[in-house]
Design a protein around this ligand. Structure first.
Ligand SMILES: [Fe+2]
Length: 175
């Protein structure tokens, strides 16, 4: 549990199914899940220069799409982040501010370190059967921004298809 790592967090964000409207493709499937179901929670510790958060994503799916974080750009868009996976099996997806740029997808499982590069939005997806826990570090003044993610989401959706983890191009990106 993250609370063991951060006993006195400065902030706790809990994202339930009811808070994730519009983030999953299958809105009907989302509406049929108990709205109080927790998708993920973040325990944040703020320091003057650098801050960190421990995120715990529960296992589950909305339709065929795995539970995931909302994802964000940094408000100071050139500020990077570093993620270290402490437990579980996941995937990290990135999305450049310029939609024409490639949108990388990387395995993110226990022990993995991933750079959330400047100018890239970042999201983590839990594709495993247990909780996925990671710690993320970034400059305290990085901030959060959703930009075009709110309307279009990320380019790639991570889904289960024929019992396999697979990815689909988000229909919002097909022109
Ligand atoms: Fe971030």
């Amino acid at each position: 549990m993250p609370t063991e790592e951060i006993s006195d967090p400065d902030a706790v964000d809990i994202r339930k199914i009811k808070d994730m409207k519009g983030y999953f493709q299958d809105e009907k499937a989302r509406s049929l899940i108990d709205p109080e179901t927790i998708v993920y929670r973040v325990y944040r510790k703020m320091h003057p220069e650098i801050s960190y958060g421990i995120t715990e994503i529960f296992p589950g799916k909305v339709g065929c799409e795995y539970f995931m974080t909302k994802g964000h750009f940094h408000k100071r868009i050139e500020a990077p982040g570093i993620y270290l996976c402490l437990k579980g099996l996941g995937i990290a997806v990135l999305q450049h501010e310029n939609e024409a740029f490639p949108a990388p997808i990387a395995p993110f499982e226990k022990g993995a370190i991933a750079l959330m590069a400047p100018y890239y939005a970042h999201r983590v997806i839990n594709i495993g059967e247990e909780n996925l826990i990671f710690i993320g570090f970034s400059a305290t003044d990085s901030g959060f921004m959703y930009g075009h993610l709110e309307k279009k989401g990320f380019k790639f959706l991570i889904v289960e298809r024929e019992n396999q983890v697979s990815f689909l191009i988000n229909p919002n990106y097909q022109r």
